[in-house]
Design a protein around this ligand. Structure first.
Ligand SMILES: *[C@@H]1O[C@H](CO)[C@@H](O)[C@H](O)[C@H]1NC(C)=O
Ligand SMILES: *[C@@H]1O[C@H](CO)[C@@H](O)[C@H](O)[C@H]1NC(C)=O
Ligand SMILES: *[C@@H]1O[C@H](CO)[C@@H](O)[C@H](O)[C@H]1NC(C)=O
Ligand SMILES: *[C@@H]1O[C@H](CO)[C@@H](O)[C@H](O)[C@H]1NC(C)=O
Ligand SMILES: *[C@@H]1O[C@H](CO)[C@@H](O)[C@H](O)[C@H]1NC(C)=O
Ligand SMILES: *[C@@H]1O[C@H](CO)[C@@H](O)[C@H](O)[C@H]1NC(C)=O
Ligand SMILES: *[C@@H]1O[C@H](CO)[C@@H](O)[C@H](O)[C@H]1NC(C)=O
Ligand SMILES: *[C@@H]1O[C@H](CO)[C@@H](O)[C@H](O)[C@H]1NC(C)=O
Ligand SMILES: *[C@@H]1O[C@H](CO)[C@@H](O)[C@H](O)[C@H]1NC(C)=O
Length: 351
């Protein structure tokens, strides 16, 4: 008799947990997103910049094929993570938050062309650098309609690519390259980034996801610009410069986890996801959309490839949704230790 009651109870508990999962009780009440075009969901739409994606064919696989300002054919990696967290809707852009969007689940401040350094991306026009994204966050959490506890939110920061693409390795920035070795430049970025993350911590960030940079020297844009290195299909001096930044970012995460004991920080290894024919990819050396020669973004109104899930690159810089889905999956639930350090997002939100 006792045994039967116990097993019934166990059954009910496990059913209850299942139902909770199905009903989509979110794993965090809110999600704040900082970054560049990899995360931007429309913040650049009204800015005077060439770095915008609110025209076709961007978003062709998004709900009703609407171009929202996302720099890909469907959802970005942070959008997919938002869904995995069970949040009720995609996080609104800051631009929309100032126009009445519901901010109760968080806000996305990311801006195409933006970097850790304020001057990064000025060659493209207006953008919202990380310092300003943090100021915009202050505006949000001081608003009377912000009534969630920001200490309970998840924070994602994916930035730094433009500090290399649209600053250090910009051909015209040879002065910067003469002044700073890749080691010194990475140190400069980390020094600034450390202060920015500390500010976010002071503003209540307690669960923070820091994305490492991808192999920027393997993007079609950089290969077109500099040519592949001897014995490689990528621009290896760019990759090695970026990996110095990544190594320093891992050290920063370790330091923060020691010093700031009321918070948890994780590093996502963006180079860990293997893109091979095994995942269904067939085209690695061409973009799905036809691109503009001057900036590598899609030609407005052009017809993209049909078999988008077979392409790694959507335009000359940005991955397709198929790649974003793999990246988001590995950030959320890491397959092995190099994918996420010291843990992945699914464990971070439970801690
Ligand atoms: C947009 O930026 C360009 C280049 O920075 C500038 O020449 C142009 O006047 C700006 N347009 C507006 C409407 O501000
Ligand atoms: C676009 O993303 C949504 C949400 O992840 C997915 O359900 C849909 O299948 C995707 N569309 C295409 C054509 O891949
Ligand atoms: C922003 O808000 C406008 C007006 O409410 C809406 O049409 C648009 O879809 C929103 N954009 C995004 C990216 O959410
Ligand atoms: C925003 O969404 C939350 C959660 O669904 C809801 O409780 C709240 O009333 C909404 N706020 C507005 C202004 O619509
Ligand atoms: C640096 O760039 C400027 C402008 O693009 C160019 O005039 C100059 O020759 C370059 N200097 C070196 C040392 O490459
Ligand atoms: C490329 O590498 C090969 C083998 O390491 C070497 O023989 C060749 O000289 C290199 N070419 C250039 C342009 O550096
Ligand atoms: C951690 O604390 C040490 C010793 O006080 C300090 O040198 C270091 O800068 C701190 N690091 C961070 C990321 O706060
Ligand atoms: C990231 O993943 C790659 C590929 O698995 C691995 O070589 C590299 O060491 C990892 N980086 C870190 C910082 O863990
Ligand atoms: C891509 O690689 C394939 C073979 O691997 C080759 O036939 C094709 O010309 C390449 N395309 C570009 C744009 O380099």
């Amino acid at each position: 008799m006792r045994g039967v009651t116990m097993s019934l109870l166990m059954f009910m508990i496990s059913c209850g947990m299942r139902l909770l999962g199905i009903n989509g009780e979110p794993q965090v009440p809110c999600f704040f997103i900082f970054g560049d075009s990899l995360s931007d969901n429309g913040n650049n739409n009204q800015l005077n910049t060439t770095a915008k994606a609110n025209y076709q064919p961007y978003g062709i696989d998004f709900l009703d094929s609407i171009p929202t300002g996302r720099f890909t054919n469907n959802l970005t990696a942070v959008d997919i993570i938002t869904k995995k967290l069970g949040l009720p809707w995609l996080i609104p852009s800051f631009a929309n938050a100032t126009m009445g969007a519901n901010i109760s689940s968080g806000v996305n401040y990311a801006s195409g062309g933006a970097g850790i350094l304020p001057e990064t991306g000025k060659n493209l026009g207006q953008r919202i650098p990380l310092d300003q994204q943090i100021k915009n966050h202050v505006t949000i959490i001081r608003r009377p309609d912000w009534n969630t506890d920001e200490h309970k939110c998840l924070y994602s920061i994916n930035i730094g690519s433009n500090d290399y693409i649209n600053n250090y390795f910009l051909p015209s920035n040879n002065q910067t390259r003469q002044l700073f070795t890749p080691e010194q430049f990475a140190e400069l970025l980390i020094c600034k980034f450390r202060l920015q993350i500390e500010t976010l911590h002071q503003l209540g960030a307690r669960k923070v996801v820091l994305f490492g940079l991808g192999e920027i020297g393997c993007t079609l844009a950089e290969i077109a610009l500099y040519g592949p290195s001897n014995g490689s299909s990528c621009v290896e001096n760019i990759n090695s410069a970026v990996m110095i930044f990544n190594d320093k970012l891992v050290s920063l995460v370790k330091e923060f986890n020691v010093n700031l004991t009321d918070a948890k920080f994780i590093y996502i290894n963006s180079t860990a996801v293997q893109l091979t024919p095994l995942q269904g990819f067939k085209v690695f050396n061409a973009s799905c959309c036809m691109v503009r020669a001057d900036d590598g973004l899609c030609v407005a109104g052009s017809r993209p490839c049909d078999d988008r899930s077979e392409y790694v690159f959507w335009d000359y810089f940005h991955p397709t949704y198929a790649v974003n889905a793999l990246a988001a999956g590995s950030a959320y639930e890491a397959q092995g230790s190099p994918d996420a350090y010291p843990t992945d997002i699914s464990h971070l939100v439970k801690s």
